[in-house]
Ligand binder design. Structure first.
Ligand code: MF3
Ligand code: CO
Ligand code: CO
Length: 266
């Protein structure tokens, strides 16, 4: 059934507003959590704080029970690429830790992550974290309305390889909206599918490059079925934003007030 133009425009406007509100709240959760991310805290405690804060504000942690996932966020330490399950592990000086938060606000999703440096870290830990941050931003600064999805992977691979790092292929960004994960698939390396797929105004999606110090390959923990670690045990870092493509260019919906801003040096 075709919608009348006025109706269609209203639906688009409600989507933009819903996504903006979800992105803003999700960023607020990240800004709430960051004060606790220090040596000595267990990752399950960070998860509990995020869970309580989200419920207290009347919203829903999207990760909890998502395809059986047991916690309200993902916390991925050092060699964990993604989907680390919050646990009794206590953060210690020298760790790098990605906290990935997704919430549902009035039916719309916001999804973002940051990698945090815990105290003083090695030069390699700092460099791989900086690289993941710069890869996210170089992609944001590259995309334009109706560009190809593969433009994202092209600039990310170029930057990561120029610094001697690798880009994870097996886990990707994704469309995000009323669903946590929807079309399009947003690979961080160029792919044939990405060369065919475009990003028109109105599309909402994540960019979330995972950058490894060593090999790009990961393996899933057999026991918990979630945690993905680098095959070589070397470090992995990641940053993620939710983005809405506008008529003029991308709008980053999950900008924080207190976190690293575009151009940040770690
Ligand atoms: N937040 C992750 C992403 O960026 C997905 C986590 S799924 C979960 O897509 F079930 F592990 F939470
Ligand atoms: Co995501
Ligand atoms: Co995420």
């Amino acid at each position: 059934m075709l919608m009348r133009r006025a109706k269609r425009q209203q639906v688009e406007r409600e989507k933009r507003q819903g996504l903006r509100e979800a992105g803003r709240f999700n960023a607020q959760v990240m800004d709430f959590a960051r004060q606790y991310i220090h040596p000595g805290i267990a990752t399950a405690e960070i998860d509990r704080l995020i869970h309580e804060y989200t419920l207290h504000h009347g919203h829903i942690p999207a990760s909890l029970n998502y395809q059986g996932y047991p916690k309200s966020c993902c916390i991925s330490v050092n060699d964990v690429i993604c989907h680390g399950i919050p646990s009794d592990y206590v953060l210690q000086e020298g760790d790098i830790v990605n906290v990935d938060v997704t919430t549902i606000v009035n039916g719309w999703h916001g999804d973002q992550s940051e990698t945090f440096l815990i105290g003083q870290v090695s030069d390699e830990a700092r460099a791989v974290t900086q690289c993941a941050f710069d890869c996210l931003w170089v992609a944001i600064d590259t995309i334009k309305p109706n560009c190809r999805v593969s433009d994202i992977g092209t600039v990310i691979v170029r930057l990561a390889h120029s610094r001697g790092f690798s880009v994870v292929k097996d886990y990707v960004g994704h469309g995000v909206g009323r669903k946590f994960h929807q079309d399009p698939t947003v690979s961080h390396v160029p792919t044939p599918e990405g060369r065919r797929q475009r990003l028109p105004p109105g599309v909402s999606f994540t960019i979330e490059p995972m950058i490894n110090a060593g090999v790009p390959d990961g393996e899933q923990d057999e026991k918990d079925g979630w945690t993905v670690r680098t095959k070589d045990g070397r470090l992995s870092a990641q940053f993620e934003h939710t983005i809405l493509m506008g008529q003029e260019g991308p709008e980053v919906l999950t900008l924080t007030k207190l976190g690293p801003q575009r151009g940040h040096r770690f």
